[in-house]
Design a protein around this ligand. Sequence first.
Ligand SMILES: NC(=O)C1=CN([C@@H]2O[C@H](COP(=O)(O)OP(=O)(O)OC[C@H]3O[C@@H](n4cnc5c(N)ncnc54)[C@H](OP(=O)(O)O)[C@@H]3O)[C@@H](O)[C@H]2O)C=CC1
Ligand SMILES: O=C(CO)COP(=O)(O)O
Length: 318
Amino acid sequence: MISVIGAGAFGTALAISMARGGTPVTLWARDADHVARMQADRVNAARLPDMAFPEALRVTGDITDLPDGPALLSVPMQKLRQALIDAPALRDHPLVACCKGIELTTTKSPSQVIEEERPGAQIALLTGPSFAQDIARRLPTALTLACADDALGRDLQQRLTTANLRLYRTTDVTGAEIGGALKNVMAIACGAAIGAGLGESARAALMTRGYAEMQRMALALGARPETLAGLSGFGDLTLTCTSDLSRNYRFGRSIGQGDDFDPAITVEGAATARAVQAQAREMQIDMPITDAVVGLIGGDLKVPQVMDLLLSRPLKEE
Ligand SMILES: NC(=O)C1=CN([C@@H]2O[C@H](COP(=O)(O)OP(=O)(O)OC[C@H]3O[C@@H](n4cnc5c(N)ncnc54)[C@H](OP(=O)(O)O)[C@@H]3O)[C@@H](O)[C@H]2O)C=CC1
Ligand SMILES: O=C(CO)COP(=O)(O)O
């Protein structure tokens, strides 16, 4: 039995994929009207249209109505702490964070926020390159299941793998979290470059130097280099920086084009860029692309100024 907390695009896609194999899945949403619509229509028209719910998927608005077994926390990073505060019934379940980002107010990662709110809880992270639409459409996807406790990680890997969702395991939670958080920041930078007409070569440079920033921060925090080279780092960076399906990329592109962007759309990299900048400054790590993204989002910099700043940095070894 599996619970999914948060009926956004990703939580709904995971719930659909896991229930298709016959595993009973309970999908919890906070809004009573949304719950009623999903129960009546057997589809999440608001967040993941046209994807019918399998029989084994049950929708509830009652947080005390969750079965035993792992609970997948699928809310945006900046809402994770509040979701845990609002869900006291979530106590003995293994908690699997499905969000990508760093908390702006504390510079904590998903697992650190969960540990603060539920000391001693069994914690894991599900991350990596996958669009909700692809998972729900049964397209093949591969993700990282990160868990410091290898025995728990093995158990969750077995329970959460589905016919189209292949999970790889790691005990390097820090590496997986930093990769997932920072790739969104780099996707905003790439979107801005493409939106401003700077071309594919500029995007390749930003992806590569962005990867160097991801590694610099992750390794300083004790992560393993191979995690960054895996699905949760290189894999997700590639997907998010190159696809129109990515909200972070599209947000960046709108900045590059000087267009408005719907503020209701989840763009994890925006708050995370500011959180990472604060953390990098404290750790004295050089993160020029992250700095540029913060400047672009705040409106302090325009894309041509950013390119001048990045291109005029002192020449150095790669
Ligand atoms: N979409 C995707 O393709 C992927 C997303 N992810 C990650 O998954 C996470 C969630 O993203 P996604 O599902 O796309 O987001 P969406 O914007 O589709 O949905 C967010 C969901 O979170 C709910 N929510 C917000 N605040 C709270 C709260 N305090 N308590 C409970 N629920 C809350 C919202 O509820 P309400 O509707 O009531 O506002 C909504 O259902 C992000 O970190 C994202 O990076 C990872 C891989 C793929
Ligand atoms: O994390 C994702 C793909 O792995 C989804 O990316 P966006 O949040 O940018 O849409």
